[in-house]
Design a binder for this molecule. Structure first.
Ligand SMILES: *[C@@H]1O[C@H](CO)[C@@H](O)[C@H](O)[C@H]1NC(C)=O
Ligand SMILES: *[C@@H]1O[C@H](CO)[C@@H](O)[C@H](O)[C@H]1NC(C)=O
Ligand SMILES: *[C@@H]1O[C@H](CO)[C@@H](O)[C@H](O)[C@H]1NC(C)=O
Ligand SMILES: *[C@@H]1O[C@H](CO)[C@@H](O)[C@H](O)[C@H]1NC(C)=O
Ligand SMILES: *[C@@H]1O[C@H](CO)[C@@H](O)[C@H](O)[C@H]1NC(C)=O
Ligand SMILES: *[C@@H]1O[C@H](CO)[C@@H](O)[C@H](O)[C@H]1NC(C)=O
Ligand SMILES: *[C@@H]1O[C@H](CO)[C@@H](O)[C@H](O)[C@H]1NC(C)=O
Ligand SMILES: *[C@@H]1O[C@H](CO)[C@@H](O)[C@H](O)[C@H]1NC(C)=O
Ligand SMILES: *[C@@H]1O[C@H](CO)[C@@H](O)[C@H](O)[C@H]1NC(C)=O
Ligand SMILES: *[C@@H]1O[C@H](CO)[C@@H](O)[C@H](O)[C@H]1NC(C)=O
Ligand SMILES: *[C@@H]1O[C@H](CO)[C@@H](O)[C@H](O)[C@H]1NC(C)=O
Ligand SMILES: *[C@@H]1O[C@H](CO)[C@@H](O)[C@H](O)[C@H]1NC(C)=O
Length: 701
């Protein structure tokens, strides 16, 4: 017994060994083919003409002879022919550039060429691409090509995908060459200038396999009204003609597209009049965007019965009228609904509650005139739990927020500003752990916001409860669960009238407004030290004291408003070149304005508004106005300035309003002021100017 078992066992082992070695020889032998020498040479020539600053093609090196192993090269697994070049660049960095060498023609079997996302700095699309007859996929999108699209592309009879998206330098004068691309399945010419092309529709219509058509931002300015049948386009599923000027009415060509059409984007054209009935033939639509046109009918009843499959609907920014039809409840597949900025009015009907798949609702600037609690009730059937975006800004909503909001567990954006919602904010707000953006500003909310209102809001980035009667009642050493980018507490009452020192925990703040919030305190140095990322800062209308340190580290600062406080000391040096508004008026700032004005004299400034009035600033007004070409409003009134007006003020060619009253300025108004031709308001009262008011003042302004 024993020996037999042994023999059986070892022969089994032998058999396994043989099988294993057969497999080995398959791997190392017959299936492994290295690339062809001629194709390797061609690739190296191609590389030589490219610019590759980040060395993406470092592996393309003669010392590794098998080009099938090079980055982005894909070969046939038995013949070794190069089939695909995947040189698209999804990253902003590492762009290829330079020239495209015609050595590519040596790669006879290439069927897939992706050069998207690189930067060829305005060179033309090479004509020789038209001779690469095996190409099935050509992606040159976002690659910086310019010039006329070579009609030779029309020779690529196997081409299925042609993507020239986002090459704004490209143009065409005819698309007739497209007609011969009988295999074409996907064409994207978004951004290509087709201003002069009159045959686009004719060319498109002859492409029997076309599934995806994208001609957005092509400067198409008319819809050829040929009586083209759309019979040839029975495969078309996607049409994007957005952002053109396609005339006033949608052409019947669209209505005739077969009922396979799933995606239609006609946004941002000049379409007018009623929503055309013919659209109702496109009953397979899942995505429909008619936004930013001038459609002015009601939303027709057939809309709701024909488009039951619709998942995305945007009618944003039209002139649509009338009440919400109760048939809206029949759009039961809808996930995103945007009806904002229309003349719609009336209450949301109860049937709305049947839209259980809704994720995003945009209804802002519609005149609903409805109680917010009633809307939450309607939504409570099945909508609340899945909702991610709720935008009902300026909808004439009133009443109280109810505890129903507790169910908005997936809500990321909650926008109810500019309504008449009153009462306290429910504590359950603090349980909505998905929240990223909240805007409840300009309502009539009152009561307190406690730490518990923010308990689980760890993702919160934007929070605006300004212009209510709310009190923020949190402890000074509160450590909030969030890192905000934008905070607006304008007109809130900060309990204790102290600077909210929990703000020191917020390291990513870009935009901070705590104006008019009864602060009677100083700003901790630590705040200023960690404020270098700020874009906008508004502390106005409080009673904050102290000196402002050097703000030159805040290099992105665009807007600084510290007006109407009790700040004193010298003006803070600021050095952001992006500043467009500074308001330091109505404080006790003293000394010269030289620092703030004459800093980096040679660089041009974006500043449009400079209010320094009602301080005790003194000295002469420096002659440093040469680079303030954007300055529109300048107020230095109610200070202690003296001396002559500097000549360079005459270079303020955008100046509309100049206030210099109540200083001790003297001398004459310089002739150069003639150049301030935009000036509408000038106040120089209560100074010691001499001479007559020059006659040209009446003429120039
Ligand atoms: C392609 O590259 C070869 C070798 O680097 C060069 O001689 C030739 O001039 C290039 N062709 C073009 C059209 O630039
Ligand atoms: C090829 O690789 C070798 C060794 O890595 C290197 O010395 C050489 O410069 C490379 N040649 C090119 C053309 O990149
Ligand atoms: C070779 O390529 C063909 C077609 O692309 C594929 O079906 C096959 O699995 C590949 N063979 C190997 C061994 O990778
Ligand atoms: C072309 O490449 C870009 C990425 O660079 C990609 O987003 C796009 O889908 C590609 N086009 C086609 C038709 O595959
Ligand atoms: C390529 O197209 C041009 C013009 O469209 C034509 O004259 C030429 O014969 C075509 N070449 C091939 C190989 O089809
Ligand atoms: C349909 O396409 C064929 C070529 O594929 C073309 O000859 C015919 O004119 C097209 N029909 C219409 C109505 O454009
Ligand atoms: C809608 O727009 C069309 C075209 O601009 C205009 O003739 C018509 O009077 C408008 N209708 C309404 C109800 O505003
Ligand atoms: C809608 O489709 C029907 C049937 O296919 C057709 O008779 C009608 O002309 C189409 N309507 C429009 C406006 O194209
Ligand atoms: C909407 O659906 C209801 C039943 O769900 C139906 O009675 C009504 O006719 C439909 N409205 C339209 C306009 O299709
Ligand atoms: C506040 O809301 C009211 C009502 O919607 C609106 O008229 C007003 O313009 C809003 N104020 C601000 C500053 O947005
Ligand atoms: C205004 O300036 C004059 C000298 O120019 C100085 O004597 C006076 O004290 C200043 N007044 C104030 C309030 O700073
Ligand atoms: C005023 O404008 C004229 C003509 O534009 C120009 O020659 C002159 O230098 C300007 N004066 C000042 C002070 O900028």
């Amino acid at each position: 017994m024993k020996p037999t078992t042994n023999i059986t066992f070892s022969s089994l082992f032998l058999a396994l060994l043989i099988i294993a070695s057969i497999n080995m020889s398959f791997c190392s032998g017959s299936t492994y083919v290295s690339c062809l020498e001629s194709e390797r040479e061609a690739l190296l020539k191609f590389k030589q003409d490219l610019k590759d600053p980040s060395n993406r093609l470092v592996s393309w090196n003669i010392s590794d002879g098998d080009c099938c192993k090079w980055a982005g090269v894909i070969c046939h697994n038995t013949t070794g022919h190069v089939l695909q070049l995947l040189l698209g660049n999804p990253y902003e960095m590492s762009k290829l550039g330079g020239k495209i060498n015609s050595s590519l023609l040596e790669i006879k079997h290439l069927n897939y060429l992706d050069l998207s996302g690189n930067n060829f700095e305005g060179i033309e699309i090479p004509k020789f691409l038209g001779s690469m007859g095996k190409l099935r996929y050509l992606n040159l999108s976002r690659a910086g090509f310019a010039g006329m699209i070579p009609h030779q592309i029309g020779n690529l009879s196997n081409l299925q995908y042609l993507d020239l998206n986002w090459n704004f330098g490209n143009y065409a004068e005819t698309l007739s060459w497209l007609s011969s691309l009988s295999s074409l399945n996907h064409i994207d010419l978004t951004g290509v200038n087709l201003d002069k092309v009159s045959d686009w529709l004719l060319a498109i219509n002859s492409l029997p396999s076309l599934k995806v058509l994208k001609l957005a931002i092509c400067q198409l300015h008319y819809f050829p009204s040929l009586s083209v049948s759309s019979d040839n386009l029975s495969s078309l599923t996607t049409v994007d003609l957005s952002r053109n000027q396609l005339g006033t009415s949608v052409m019947p060509w669209v209505f005739g597209l077969s009922d396979h059409l799933v995606f239609l984007d006609l946004s941002l054209n000049n379409f007018q009049g009623p929503i055309p009935r013919g659209l109702g033939n496109l009953t397979s639509l899942r995505y429909l965007d008619l936004s930013a046109n001038y459609f002015n009918s009601t939303i027709p009843e057939w809309f709701f019965s024909r488009f039951r499959g619709l998942e995305f609907l945007s009618l944003w920014s039209n002139l649509l009228q009338g009440p919400f039809s109760s048939s809206v409840g029949n759009l039961t597949s809808i996930q995103t609904l945007d009806l904002s900025f229309n003349n719609l009015e009336g209450e949301i009907p109860t049937s709305f509650g049947r839209l259980c798949k809704l994720r995003s609702v945009f209804l802002s600037h519609t005149n609903m005139n409805q109680e917010i609690s009633e809307i939450l009730n309607i939504f409570s059937t099945c909508i609340l739990d899945g909702l991610e975006v709720l935008d009902m800004t300026e909808c004439q909503l009133f009443g109280h927020l109810t505890d129903q909001i507790r169910r908005l567990k997936n809500l990321k954006a909650f926008f109810l500003s500019n309504n008449f919602i009153s009462g306290p904010v429910p504590l359950s707000l603090g349980q909505l752990s998905s929240l990223e953006s909240v805007n409840l500003s300009n309502n009539t909310l009152f009561g307190s916001l406690f730490e518990i209102h923010f308990a689980k809001l760890s993702k919160l980035k934007y929070f605006d409860v300004s212009q209510n009667s709310l009190t923020l009642n949190v402890s000074p050493d509160w450590i909030p669960p969030f890192q905000l980018k934008e905070l607006n507490l304008e007109s809130c009452n900060l309990v204790g009238n102290r600077f909210p020192s929990w703000l020191l925990s917020q390291k990513s703040l870009l935009d901070l407004d705590i104006s008019n919030s009864r602060i009677q305190d100083t700003i901790p140095d630590e705040f200023w030290e960690s404020s270098s990322q700020l874009y906008s800062l508004n502390f106005s209308n409080n009673r904050i004291e102290g000196e402002i340190p050097n703000l030159s580290k805040a290099t992105h600062l665009q807007y600084l408003d510290l007006s109407s406080n009790n700040f004193y000391g010298p003006l803070p040096p600021v050095s952001s070149n992006e500043l467009y508004g500074i308001d330091l008026s109505n404080n006790y700032f003293s000394g010269s304005i030289f620092q703030i004005l004459c800093h980096r004299l040679k660089e041009s400034k974006e500043l449009e508004i400079l209010y320094l009035g009602e301080n005790i600033l003194s000295g002469e007004i420096p002659d440093c106005w040469m680079n303030f070409q954007s300055l529109k409003v300048l107020n230095l009134g109610n200070n202690n300035f003296t001396g002559n007006l500097p000549l360079s003020m005459g270079t303020l060619s955008s100046l509309q309003s100049l206030h210099l009253q109540k200083n001790t300025l003297f001398g004459k108004i310089p002739e150069s002021f003639k150049n301030c031709t935009q000036l509408l308001a000038l106040n120089i009262a209560d100074n010691q100017f001499s001479g007559n008011v020059p006659a040209w003042i009446g003429e120039s302004f």
